[in-house]
Design a protein around this ligand. Structure first.
Ligand code: TXA
Ligand code: MG
Length: 349
């Protein structure tokens, strides 16, 4: 198929483009659209066949459930059979925005969306393009990130084209996403809500509203703990070469990076580095460097992370070394993605 490609303004999108996208969604076909986090690959969330198309286009395992995106808070009542007080508080505080709530589902939600679970993940995005598209479609829109399964999530429409051109009906381009990492996923079916995936809403922000938050042990990346969010068990966000993550004290990271890179170069390897702006100048010459942003600005690092990982698509290397940052604010999401990209090949220094 020939993928239709439209460019719109991020804040004031051309309504005729969104109407075209809405029609395509209602017909059961796939539309990639921007959100404030990453680009999503949307399908009619109430149509089993349409949702099946998402798994096919992405090559995604079908036990990994999808998020339903809505345009209005009131739609939650059709999809969730119980809205606990803490979930309502989170909606008030962070919707529209980069927060996904896991709630007990109603029979309206097809099995193919939830991977057979008794719960459903729901999000009301802040992006005007996403919200208007969903509102015009008049249905909940099931949407994972619009990448081939296992690849870094797309933060530009160009990334979506690279992965999905010819496999989906429409791509709507509204420029780079503001946040750059996916939404925070929090399970509100447990007595104390449980953080399943760190993302655009920080743990500190969640704590300020809830007072108390459990953190899914699966997030620590221990091999003996099965993550409760099924998506968290796959090696995700990965570039094409093996990636080794260095965590700890910045000075020690620098010494270790210099040493490891020198050895790899001596062994004749092509070496890549995913690092902060502050680190880039301290590394040996002759390597491929991708900068995610400043080590002191986790928001900037989040926004630049996936583009940095995708840099190695066009600049292939044999091995990549990555510099960890502090787990404060969006730094927690950045480190979660880097750890997953490394397949937990982590060196703590
Ligand atoms: O920012 C985002 O959340 C983006 C944009 C497009 O909205 N979407 C996104 O979707 O990242 P996806 O499919 O890549 O990630 C959804 C995550 C997965 O980790 C999945 O396992 C989890 O949410 N999830 C979905 N339904 C769930 C459920 N019922 N219980 C637990 N985890 C669930
Ligand atoms: Mg994804």
């Amino acid at each position: 198929m020939v993928t239709e490609y439209y460019t719109v303004d991020k804040e004031h999108p051309d309504i005729t483009v969104l109407e075209r996208g809405a029609v395509v969604l209602r017909r059961g076909r796939l539309v990639a659209f921007p959100t404030e986090t990453v680009y999503g690959l949307g399908a009619n969330g109430l149509d089993e066949r349409a949702v099946g198309g998402i798994y096919e286009a992405k090559g995604r395992p079908s036990d990994n459930p999808l998020i339903l995106h809505i345009a209005d808070k009131r739609e939650v009542e059709k999809l969730a059979r119980e809205i606990p007080a803490n979930a309502a508080a989170l909606m008030d505080a962070f919707w529209p925005g980069p927060l996904t709530l896991v709630l007990k589902r109603t029979p309206a939600v097809p099995d193919v969306v939830t991977g057979g679970l008794d719960t459903v993940a729901i999000r009301l995005p802040a992006s005007p393009v996403a919200r208007e598209l969903i509102r015009l479609a008049g249905i909940p829109v099931a949407a994972p990130s619009a990448n081939t399964s296992g690849r870094p999530s797309p933060t530009t429409a160009g990334d979506v084209l690279n992965d999905l051109d010819g496999k989906i009906e429409v791509i709507i381009d509204a420029g780079p996403c503001d946040i750059g990492v996916e939404s925070t996923v929090i399970d509100c079916t447990t007595p104390v809500p449980t953080l399943l995936r760190p993302g655009g809403v920080t743990l500190e922000q969640l704590m300020a509203v809830l007072g108390e938050v459990e953190v899914d042990p699966g997030l620590a990346g221990r091999k003996d703990v099965v993550p409760r969010s099924p998506g968290m068990k796959y090696r995700h966000y990965a570039p094409n070469a093996p990636l080794i993550l260095l965590e700890g004290n910045p000075g020690r990271i620098r010494e270790n990076l210099q040493e490891k890179i020198k050895l790899a170069l001596e062994a004749g390897q092509k070496v890549g580095a995913v690092v902060s702006q502050e680190m880039a100048g301290a590394l040996p010459a002759g390597i491929v460097t991708a900068i995610y942003g400043s080590r002191r600005d986790p928001g900037e690092a989040a926004a630049g992370l996936y583009t940095a990982l995708r840099h190695f698509d066009s600049h292939p290397v044999d091995i990549i070394y990555a510099e960890g940052i502090e787990e404060q604010g969006l730094g927690l999401a950045v480190m979660n993605r880097l750890r997953k990209a490394s397949g937990y090949r982590i060196l703590t220094v």
